[in-house]
Design a protein around this ligand. Structure first.
Ligand code: SF4
Length: 288
């Protein structure tokens, strides 16, 4: 289903966007909306539990190229970020590093992009002291945004580049924040569109094929794109291009990307001289 169709239903009913998304899931899959809600509630609980447990922790990752980024950020006083951005960024980095060390994460929408939505959700939980049920409704909306991208384009870095993974996660997080603060489905669409446009064209270029560099820090940056996009939408800034068309454009861009920029570990950051040297060192270490 298109996002515009969800908006149309919102206009013609008294239902909230989160309820419409659950009803739509029932129409498409036959799944009981209460069961879907229960499942999403559990995912949100896991996100919060893991964010709490891993906040600013050091991790031992496979390649050791990441693992102490959340720790470093958590051990300074931010100079420019608000508390909200700071907490969201630490969680986004923590989740990415937890994923790289085989920890428990919620793929949202994928493992590589698992930090962005929890970063936004946890900042609401911790800094804004969000009510869990309000947070759950916003998370359902985020899942609806992810579903639109999954059905109408792709969520896979190998198929559409990082714009499909972290770009989608950022659109979801931006929609989540906007719904939490406004309950306005039109603004949610703008926020998601602004976020996805900001990351349009982002290539998938993991060094050595490991989901660590640039993935972990990209999660940390992307959650701030989500926050900025939401802040703009909440202020009444509109996306000139509607979300559905942005999703379609992202899909076309993804299909146009050469294979070297779609999770092959060949192009982009992965293709740099430094990346090649790092991969060589890792190989030598593992073979010795
Ligand atoms: S660079 Fe590729 S592997 Fe890393 S998060 Fe983005 S899409 Fe996933």
């Amino acid at each position: 289903m298109k996002f515009s169709e969800l908006l149309e239903i919102c206009k013609n009913t008294e239902l909230e966007l989160s309820e419409i998304i659950l009803a739509q899931e029932m129409i498409e899959t036959g799944r009981d909306p209460e069961k879907v809600k229960e499942y999403l509630k559990r995912l949100l609980e896991v996100m919060i539990e893991e964010a709490e447990k891993n906040f600013g922790k050091r991790f031992e990752t496979l390649t050791e190229l990441t693992g102490d980024n959340a720790y470093k950020l958590a051990n300074v006083r931010p100079k420019m970020m608000s508390e909200f951005n700071y907490v969201a960024t630490i969680v986004a980095l923590s989740m990415g590093e937890s994923n790289a060390s085989m920890g428990r994460i919620v793929a949202c929408p994928t493992a590589g992009s698992c930090g962005v939505v929890p970063g936004a959700a946890y900042a609401l939980w911790k800094v804004e002291k969000a009510d869990f049920n309000d947070l759950l409704k916003a998370f359902i909306v985020a899942s609806g945004i992810g579903n639109v991208v999954a059905k109408r384009a792709t969520l896979s870095g190998a198929a559409g580049g990082c714009q499909a993974e972290i770009g989608t996660a950022t659109a979801m997080a931006s929609g989540l924040l906007t719904y939490y603060y406004s309950k306005d489905p039109v603004k949610v669409g703008y926020a998601a569109a602004l976020a996805l446009k900001a990351l349009m064209g982002l290539v998938c270029d993991p060094v050595g094929g490991f989901v660590e560099v640039p993935c972990v820090k990209r999660n940390g940056n992307a959650v701030n794109v989500a926050i900025a996009s939401s802040e703009m939408a909440l202020a009444g800034i509109e996306s000139v291009i509607p979300f559905d068309e942005v999703v379609e454009a992202m899909y076309q861009v993804g299909k146009a990307l050469p294979e070297s920029l779609r999770e092959t570990g060949i192009g982009g950051i992965a293709g740099t001289k430094s990346a090649q040297e790092i991969v060589e060192k890792i190989r030598n270490k593992w073979n010795s």
